[in-house]
Design a protein around this ligand. Structure first.
Ligand SMILES: Cc1cc2nc3c(=O)[nH]c(=O)nc-3n(C[C@H](O)[C@H](O)[C@H](O)COP(=O)(O)OP(=O)(O)OC[C@H]3O[C@@H](n4cnc5c(N)ncnc54)[C@H](O)[C@@H]3O)c2cc1C
Length: 429
């Protein structure tokens, strides 16, 4: 043991959630240490797509997203299925811009971590958190133990103990610290599994995000439809991110052969993308997407959960970056308020309100998403929705707003008002 260090807040993980909370806490003058087991730039299996909701969070953080800095904008979604193809622009809203972005996670996460560092966060790379430190008397979590590691995860030195007034798990889907603290995942909430790789492509600067709502296990129309959807997100640097995702409404393994399905899909994708083996860069990697608050409570015994650690991926579209950034921002605000209180009782009361705020913001919307997950897990229903829905532009505009969480809750159009009313009426659990 190398002795111990102290901070106001210690955060596990410097993904989007960890960098967001690091930035906001440091900006408001708190001493925040963020421990990241990787070393930037490091990869993360992801689709690399940022919807307008995520872009709005980047703007709030003050992250420059100019095109001259290598950010590529997209202006909507092109969707195909059941013989139809439709392009829907991102809506014009007051709460978010009418464009999305795409950037490899190799690049995005390093940029966000550097931004948090510039704001004053103490980001320590190559530090793997191994467990929580608890107060012997109260049982409250008062810090973490961590070991220094190299890029391959091998120990490079002695353990350190870092004590803090508040501990945050932003460690992604594994949520190692939360799990060790007894906060288990709820297997009745939806869970996604997705695979992705990169290709060089002449369409690397396509201005639309592309999605395919039909995945066949053989020739289109002559084989079986599989649950899930495929995406192509142009990165503007000569490459595109290509992946497919499936959704299980109750976290049960789908038993799908993802690699086989991906290989088949590549045969069915239009040739102009040039997805040949020679153009593929890197391996096909897979990872899980924890959805609809599948790990709760979001605050317990001095520990807050943000981002994937709290299961904040949307069941509607597999998007998690926007919610990781948002939860980091809200948790930082709550922690700032809590640290200014004069008694433990008050501090705990304020920290608990983080869970309530998140539930009020997203609980109803995620409940709708859980219903959606049940519905589309049947390929037959999914196909009926695609066949009936895609040719109807007004309906599709509504669906896009719903699926991308891109609506104005207060002063939007009739579609926004319907979605806001549905999200409010759905029980937030
Ligand atoms: C295939 C796939 C495609 C996806 N596509 C999209 C998409 O296009 N758009 C979108 O918005 N979302 C997408 N998602 C979801 C998105 O990747 C996550 O929701 C997002 O990364 C969550 O951010 P986070 O900061 O909570 O966690 P993460 O990004 O997972 O970051 C967690 C960090 O914690 C570190 N860490 C973990 N354990 C420890 C430890 N013990 N000690 C120290 N550090 C630790 C990790 O190294 C990592 O850097 C996709 C997910 C998958 C799997």
């Amino acid at each position: 043991m190398n002795g111990y260090d102290e901070a106001d807040v210690v955060v596990v993980g410097a993904g989007p959630a960890g960098s967001s909370i690091g930035h906001y806490l440091a900006q408001s003058g708190h001493r925040v240490v963020v421990l990241e087991k990787g070393t930037f730039p490091r990869d993360k299996i992801c689709g690399d797509g940022l919807t307008p909701r995520a872009v709005a969070e980047l703007i709030r953080m003050g992250v420059p997203t100019r095109e001259e800095d290598g950010w590529i904008r997209n202006y909507g979604l092109r969707t195909s299925g059941a013989g139809h193809r439709i392009e829907i622009p991102w809506p014009e809203l007051t709460t978010m811009p009418s464009y999305g972005l795409a950037r490899s996670r190799m690049n995005l996460d390093a940029t966000l971590a550097a931004h948090a560092k510039a704001s004053g966060a103490d980001i320590r790379e190559g530090m793997s958190v191994t467990g929580a430190v608890r107060d012997e008397r109260t049982g409250r979590i008062v810090g973490v133990n961590a070991k220094p590691v190299d890029a391959r995860g091998r120990r490079t030195g002695d353990d350190v103990e870092i004590r803090a007034r508040i501990v945050v798990d932003a460690g992604g889907v594994a949520a190692r610290l939360a799990t060790s603290a007894g906060i288990e995942k709820n297997v009745r909430r939806p869970m996604g599994v997705a695979v992705r790789t990169y290709f060089r492509s002449p369409r690397h600067d396509d201005p639309m995000m592309e999605s395919f709502l039909e995945l066949w296990d053989g020739k289109p129309g002559e084989s079986n439809l599989q649950p899930g959807y495929g995406w192509i997100f142009a990165l503007g640097d000569g490459t595109v991110n290509v992946g497919l995702g499936t959704l299980s409404p109750n976290a049960k393994p789908t038993g799908l052969d993802y690699r086989g399905l991906f290989a088949q899909w590549m045969k069915n994708v239009p040739e102009e993308w040039e997805f040949t083996p020679a153009n593929q860069i890197g391996r096909l990697g897979s990872a899980a997407l924890p959805m609809a608050f599948n790990r709760k409570p979001l605050y317990k015994d001095g520990l807050l959960l943000i981002g994937d650690a709290g299961g904040m991926v949307s069941p509607f579209n597999g998007e998690g970056i926007a919610y990781a950034l948002q939860s980091g921002r809200i948790a930082a605000d709550t922690i700032g308020q809590a640290l200014a209180r004069t008694s433990d009782y008050e501090r705990v009361k304020v920290l608990r309100s983080y869970a309530t705020t998140m539930r009020d913001d997203l609980g109803g919307y995620f409940t709708l998403g859980r219903g959606f997950a049940h519905l589309i897990s049947s390929p037959k229903i999914m196909r009926a929705c695609v066949r009936y829905g895609l040719p109807r532009p007004v309906l599709m505009r509504f669906v896009m707003k719903l699926l991308a969480d891109a609506y104005d809750p207060h002063d939007g159009d009739w579609m926004d008002r319907v979605i806001a009313a549905l999200a409010k009426a759905a029980p937030a659990a």
